[in-house]
Structures are given as C-alpha cells and as structure tokens.
Design a protein around this ligand. Structure first.
Ligand code: ADP
Ligand code: TRP
Length: 323
C-alpha cells in the first residue's frame, strides 16, 4: 500500500475554506493508504512565536482532526516537534542543497519582498519540510499548489543525497489538486483568515449567524428572478448540498418568492446542523486532553520508530556512529 504523508500548520480557527478545500479530502486518505499526518508546529514558529497561542492552536488543530473523523488507528498522527530525529535529519539534508538553489524559493522571496527580514530558519524551511517527507520513505505527498516548489526541493535533495551516498531516500511524488474549488468568503473573495471574511466551523452560534447574515448579496427583491451563478450565498450553500438539492436551490433562485434574508437564516441552520455532531465531539476531546495526549504519544511512538531507523542509517553513512 502506498504511503501518503502530509503536514498542516496549526493556524487557528478552521473555516469552511479549510474544511471543504483540504480537510475533507485529507480525512479520506486514511481509508485508502498507509497514511501519515502531522501538525507542523516547527514550521509555524518560523513566522510566529507566541507560546500560549501556539499551544492553543496546536491542540485546536489536533481536536479538529479527531472530531472531524480522523481515526488514530487507521493512520499515524503526531505533532512534528515530538519527533526531533527529523530536525537532526534536516541538518544532514541541508548539505544536499546549495544556498543558490534554496534562495529561489517563491514563498521565501515573497516574504523578503514584503519587507520581512528573514531568519535563517525561514530560509531553510523547505529543508525541514524535505526531512519531514524523506524520513518516512513517503511515496506520495498531497499538498496545495502553493507547496509545489517545496516538493521539488525535497525531490532534488533526495536525489543529490542518493547520488552521493546510495539509495537512502525514496523520491516522493507530489499530489497536487489543481482543481480544488476555491471556497468563497462572505464578501465574495477567496475565504481566508487574512481577508476577515470567514465562516468558522466551531465559532459560537452568534458569531456564525453574524457572519452568515453579512454575506454580500445583490439588490434583487423577493419577487425578482436571481442569478445563482453569481451569487455568493448560492456558492456557499452548495457546499452542503448534493447534486439534486443543488438543482432544487437553483430553481428557487430562478423563480419569484425567494428572499435573501430567509435564505441566509436557512443556510445558518444548515451550517449549525451539519457541524453539530463534530462540535460536540470536539468539545469532548478538548475537555479530555489526557486522552488526546495518549493518542499523540502513540502516534509519535510510531513515527519515532521509523525516524530512528532512518537517522541511524544516515549517521552511519556520514561517519557519525561509533558503535
Ligand atoms: P488562510 O488563507 O485562511 O490563512 P490557510 O493558508 O491556513 O488559510 O489554509 C490552510 C489550507 O486550507 C491550505 O491548504 C489552503 O489551500 C486551504 N484553503 C484555505 N482557504 C481556502 C479556500 N477559501 N478555498 C479552498 N481551500 C482553502
Ligand atoms: N509547509 C506546509 C504548509 O505550510 C506544511 C508542511 C510541513 C508539509 N511539512 C510538510 C506538508 C511535509 C507536506 C509534507 O502547508
């Protein structure tokens, strides 16, 4: 069975864009592949270093995954910083890529262009990512388009290392979902934390209602015919509907009698109902962090076992093991 591995940074509150854009798909991998998933908190600290927020976001990401259906028995699930063998491997891999090559990273260049004075940590971010992938003999890495170049670095690093020292690393294949639909925010731009236009899965009812009621609409009245294809509500509502329900909603747009206010209330209820069981589970996990810790320990134990074998092999090759 192919090994799939991916990492997600703990970035705070999940919104509909994160869920329908990536999480839903990631959760499916556990049923079809040997699936490895970790919370990339070491990558987060390249841009962000507040202790309490990081801890909170890390637990939040873990509980999000567990509540939304990740089954720890079906996959290996851990927190990146719990397997420090990978950071040691990062050091060894940093010799398998040149400064000239790494400086071409788009994400790094973008940050520099924005005026950020980059740390060395930010610069070698892709090397840590390569170590995340290569340590575990990963076959396939599902990532978003923005991570495509980082995957190429990982492959280059593996090839350079293998050329020098023999077949140590598997060359990973990216799986880039080119046609992931972009989930629209309440203002019609891409839904994103940075645009302040999100509907968050687990916010309290009041906040979700406020966000849904602020979805931007045109000025069509109840008795006007409305265009579903240019409608932000139609687009967001559709996330929760199957084909035939979507057709029915489209017909409602095309007939007089549909008021945006009522439709928003309906959508709000739909969102609450859809996530209610997940919300309940999430609260159970958050109130039972000892149990969550056990899951994470088991995950890092499994990840560590592989990482230690790979680390020993590399140390041996490099002349760092003395019996
Ligand atoms: P944000 O833009 O809110 O900061 P992140 O960058 O933390 O979101 O995104 C985490 C993951 O969710 C990424 O893989 C990203 O591609 C996906 N994602 C974020 N927003 C959307 C969206 N509006 N539609 C589809 N996928 C999204
Ligand atoms: N850099 C990735 C992101 O920001 C997260 C990540 C870290 C990752 N290590 C990884 C993704 C290894 C895939 C494989 O989205």
């Amino acid at each position: 069975m192919k090994r799939f591995l991916t990492g997600l940074q703990p970035s705070g509150k999940l919104h509909l864009g994160n869920y329908f854009g990536v999480m839903k798909k990631v959760l499916e991998y556990q049923y079809n592949y040997d699936f490895y998933l970790f919370i990339a908190n070491l990558h987060s600290i390249t841009t962000f270093q507040d202790k309490n927020t990081l801890l909170e976001n890390t637990y939040s990401a873990v509980c999000d995954f567990l509540a939304l259906g990740l089954e720890p028995k079906r996959c290996t699930f851990w927190i990146q910083s719990d397997v420090p063998e990978v950071t040691e491997i990062t050091w060894y891999l940093s010799m398998a890529i040149t400064h000239d090559h790494l400086i071409r990273a788009h994400s790094y260049k973008d940050k520099v262009e924005k005026g950020i004075h980059p740390s060395v940590g930010l610069f070698i971010y892709p090397v840590l990512m390569a170590a995340d992938i290569l340590t575990f003999d990963t076959d396939v890495v599902p990532v978003g388009k923005d991570q495509k170049q980082h995957l190429e670095f990982a492959r280059d690093i593996a090839e350079t290392f293998n050329r020098k020292f023999g077949e140590v690393f598997k060359i990973p294949e990216p799986e880039i979902d080119e046609d992931t639909a972009v989930v629209l925010g309440i203002d019609g731009q891409k839904m994103s934390k940075s645009y302040n236009n999100t509907i968050n899965l687990f916010d309290d009812e009041k906040k979700i209602k406020k966000a849904v009621m602020s979805i931007v609409t045109d000025s069509a009245g109840v008795n006007d015919i409305k265009d579903p294809d240019s409608s932000i509500i139609f687009s967001i509502y559709s996330l929760f509907l199957d084909e035939s329900e979507r057709r029915t909603l489209r017909e409602r747009f095309l007939k007089p009698g549909l008021g945006y206010g009522d439709l928003k209330k309906e959508l709000f209820q739909k969102i609450m109902d859809y996530f209610a069981p997940y919300r309940e589970k999430r609260n159970e996990y958050l109130n039972n962090l000892d149990y969550v810790e056990k899951i994470l320990q088991e995950g890092s134990r499994k990840a560590k076992e592989l990482a230690q074998t790979k680390l020993k092999q590399i140390r041996n090759i490099l002349g760092l093991e003395r019996q």
